[in-house]
Design a protein around this ligand. Structure first.
Ligand code: SF4
Length: 311
């Protein structure tokens, strides 16, 4: 029988005291599977990198990342390898992260696990908007590739907390796949697409991607977090289902409106950046108009000189 149907207990962020003793034994199978996936990824990674280079863990501080982190911790403990030797855990600041999420990572997680690296980008989202002359868009997620994607491990494994259940559609596809061969086949590391798999190979980055919790449901996630009393960002207790960049083009209009209401300073900063971006278009327009007039004047002089027999 499918494990989803067997499970009786359901946890949400609002559950205070889950009774671990009531959890049926088979409920832990999905954790074991995820831990095994990490161990297998490590075996391959170690084989490719005998110098001991760690695997990269793309950590965002959200609920899925929290599960990924503690699944990896368990894998490291079972293998008897210090976590910091096995993983390079990196949180990429985007400057549009919810402040509570950033503080959770800095004040709770990093304090307990100092080897988590908080990476600040050279360019902020605000600078990128002006430089790219375009707001971030579903079809042009330059911010993701510039702020989050630039650091995957070449010739090794990157671990992500991607889950299919985060996608609006479902898929039963599993296994190994080579991605990035065609333009339409390119994915970003934090895509929760229906066709994401346990293990992937990114041709563009020459990197393997392992998604150990790819098949976890939302219940599995909260079951794991609450059942083990793991730390998590308290924004979930306020009813947030997903945490990510404020104003992200991938979020629904409703979620973005809620984010801007909750963090009005970010809305103001977006508007300021859009104004600067529009200023570029306006000055470019003025530049083009000046060029057009100069050309017209030049042509008029030429024809005048021709008529006067000077050329
Ligand atoms: S998650 Fe959204 S806003 Fe954040 S970097 Fe990616 S596309 Fe941009």
């Amino acid at each position: 029988m499918a494990r989803g149907r067997q499970r009786k207990i359901r946890y949400t962020p609002q559950d205070e005291n889950p009774q671990l003793s009531l959890m049926p034994e088979h409920d832990f199978d999905f954790v074991k599977t995820a831990v095994e996936r990490v161990k297998v990824a490590w075996t391959f990674h170690h084989h490719m990198n005998p110098d001991g280079k760690p695997m990269l863990m793309a950590y965002s501080g959200g609920k899925d990342s929290t599960c990924l982190f503690f699944v990896c911790k368990q894998a490291a403990e079972e293998l008897g390898i210090p976590m910091e030797q096995m993983f390079h855990i990196q949180y990429n600041v985007t400057n549009v992260d919810p402040p509570e999420l950033y503080r959770f990572i800095r004040d709770v997680m990093k304090k307990q696990y100092p080897f988590i690296e908080i990476h600040h980008p050279k360019k902020t989202m605000w600078k990128l908007i002006v430089e790219k002359h375009l707001p971030p868009h579903r079809k042009s997620r330059y911010c993701c590739s510039e702020l989050k994607e630039a650091h995957s491990v070449k010739g090794g494994y990157t671990l992500t907390g991607v889950r299919r259940a985060e996608s609006t559609r479902r898929s039963s596809r599993k296994g190994f796949e080579i991605r990035g061969q065609q333009k339409t086949d390119r994915v970003l590391l934090n895509d929760n697409g229906v066709d994401r798999r346990e293990t992937e190979f990114c041709m563009q980055k020459n990197a393997y991607i392992c998604n150990p919790i790819i098949d976890w449901s939302d219940e599995d996630v909260w079951h794991f977090i609450k059942g083990r009393n793991l730390p998590y960002c308290k924004l979930y207790d306020e009813g947030f289902k997903r945490l990510g960049c404020i104003g992200c083009p991938l979020a629904s209009d409703k979620d973005r409106a809620r984010d801007f209401e909750r963090w009005p300073g970010f809305k103001k900063q977006y508007i300021r950046s859009f104004q600067k971006m529009l200023e570029w278009y306006r000055s470019n327009e003025r530049e083009r108009e000046r060029e057009r007039r100069a050309t017209a004047r030049h042509l008029a002089f030429n024809s005048l000189f021709r008529r006067a027999g000077c050329v």
